[in-house]
Design a protein around this ligand. Structure first.
Ligand code: NAP
Length: 286
């Protein structure tokens, strides 16, 4: 029997509607309207599109957007100053520095200047440490989106064999930490993993976050497993994931399509993080 599709577009829409309701009730009880500051250095077309999408999504749910677009030759010190100002600004609940930055600017260093309570991308070393230690904090958006999809489809975590292919700071490591926090038994694979297919075949929950078009085929999947494809690969035949969808869907129990699976969740979780950040700051100011 073919797998059931996990509808990321629908879930992302549901999450956005919930965030909208949360913003309304937060403001109704006197909370300051949450605000998201985005910083874009340079004019990379893809980054401009991403930032514009984030700002538009904010407006739709009632989050105030503060867009900072800086020329490509902006000195690092100016960006540092801006982040420091935004960190002190009470109107700003979340700060997002769009990566990658131009080569003369050290993006990863700049992100360390974002206070953990405003780190709505959840990618600073402090946020990563909080996640690793199981302490409360803002979680990275795409990995949090993966967990949200699994929850909404009632996929059992407890004791499940979860295999994550990919160990990036952006996706692989945080999604593995989140699965561990849900009491799954987690294996992380990477480019040096021996018998990758064999390890994947053990998975009740298989997360592919590699960046290699259609690498995971149906033969790597345990019958009935849940398959989450984080990959976004532009090919001559269009956008494809890291999973070979046709053969995988014939074996899996649940599967995300690409596009329309994990992709839409990232911005939805960013919005949710921004509202959570506003609440964190209100608590800290009390
Ligand atoms: P990345 O930083 O390039 O990391 C890729 C990981 O895959 C690395 O850990 C690498 O292992 C591993 N890998 C590469 N080739 C492999 C192989 N042959 N066998 C096993 N593992 C292999 O990529 P990323 O940032 O995590 O992104 C992964 C994918 O997710 C990309 O397609 C990206 O576009 C997509 N993505 C989607 C979203 C979304 O919103 N849906 C968000 C972020 C990323 P090593 O560590 O050993 O090199």
């Amino acid at each position: 029997m073919p797998a059931t599709l996990i509808d990321g577009r629908q879930i992302a829409q549901d999450v956005r509607a919930e965030v909208r309701a949360d913003v309304d009730s937060w403001c109704a009880i006197g909370g300051a309207r949450p605000g998201l500051a985005t910083i874009l250095v340079g004019d990379d077309p893809a980054s401009s599109v991403y930032v514009a999408g984030k700002q538009k999504a904010c407006a739709e749910v009632g989050i105030e957007g503060f867009s900072h677009e800086l020329p490509a030759d902006t000195p690092q010190a100016d960006v540092e100053r801006l982040i420091t100002e935004l960190a002190r600004d009470d109107r700003i609940s979340g700060i997002l520095l769009q990566l990658p930055t131009p080569t003369h600017i050290h993006g990863p260093h700049l992100t360390t200047l974002i206070p953990a309570a405003k780190d709505v991308d959840g990618l600073t070393p402090v946020s990563a440490g909080l996640l690793a230690k199981g302490l409360p904090g803002l979680r990275p958006c795409t990995p949090a989106g993966v967990i949200e999809l699994l929850r909404r489809y009632h996929v059992p975590f407890e004791g499940a064999e979860a295999v994550v292919v990919g160990r990036s700071d952006l996706v692989g490591k945080p999604v593995a930490a989140l699965l561990l926090a849900e009491n799954s038994t987690v294996t992380i694979c990477h480019s040096r993993t021996r018998d990758l297919a064999g390890v994947c075949r053990r998975a009740d929950i298989l997360i592919a976050a590699v960046g290699r078009p259609r690498m995971v085929s149906g033969e790597w999947i345990k019958p009935g497993a849940t398959v989450i494809d984080v990959g976004i690969n532009r090919t001559d035949s269009g956008l494809v994931g890291d999973v070979e969808f046709g053969s995988a869907a014939a074996v899996a129990g649940l599967i995300t399509p690409v596009p329309g699976g994990v992709g839409p969740m990232t911005i939805a979780m960013l919005l949710r993080n921004t509202v959570a950040a506003a609440a964190l700051q209100a608590e800290a100011g009390r």
